[in-house]
Write a protein that binds this ligand. Sequence first.
Ligand code: GLN
Length: 290
Amino acid sequence: MSMVTISTALTDAARRLDAGGIENSRGEARLLLSHVLGFGAEKVIGHPEFEIDDAGMIELESALSRRVRREPMSHVLGKREFWSLNFRVTPDTLDPRPDSETLVEAVLKHVVDRGRRLRVLDLGTGTGCLLLAILSEFPNASGVGMDISQAALDVAKENSETLGLDKRAEFLRAEWDTGLAGEFDIVVSNPPYIPTRELNLLEPEVALFEPRLALDGGIDGLAEYRALGPVLVRRLRSQGIALIELGAGQSGPVGQIMTRVGLDILDQRHDLGGVARCLVLRHAPALTNC
Ligand code: GLN
């Protein structure tokens, strides 16, 4: 039986990924190989002569064929890093994206005291990435993640346990805040914001494999912001802040929706690509004073 070395497997995997239209084919080939072999990246790079056994080759084949069909890397690996934490990801949850880290950064900028006993609410929590990343930065904070999908909530709960944050996070199934009591210091949300007609134009990883429920923002992409506005008003403490994610070009229209329901725009934060990705909102002073 001839054994395949890491070096040969890498070259072949990269070629197949490349042919499948995947951009970072060499990098992804390395990731898949280290996943299949259970090796760190250094070992994959540092030991090109290592021979992969049959079981490894079978697993690699299965991972490669899934990825070539454009299944997201996070689904093939079953996980994704967000805010330097590992999150389990399934087809029921939106893949945590670096863009959303803009919201976590914005929380850190606006809430300087890390020791505060904050109450945090995440509306449409998915994997729980926003809530859990925030709780990881504020040791005395606790919070609630809400989602309409029970399957997503099961993943979020599991993530909270793996990250050791389950004592401070609870997860509830509801359409937005139905059945929820209380007000919060921080409310975060990454709502669905893609206009329905654009869903099928997204890259195959998103269009074919990510949950529509987490993407579809209705006819103009703004439907869920219209629903969310009054929820933010109800759930925010008088001194609290809401941080919501935006799609590209949505800052103006979403700002108007939020102003109309009685919120003030405190700040707008850009992601690494320069897109206005996050609005920071609070109650308009006129409302809190009366
Ligand atoms: N950022 C996702 C995308 O562009 C969309 C996420 C969302 O609708 N909230 O694919």
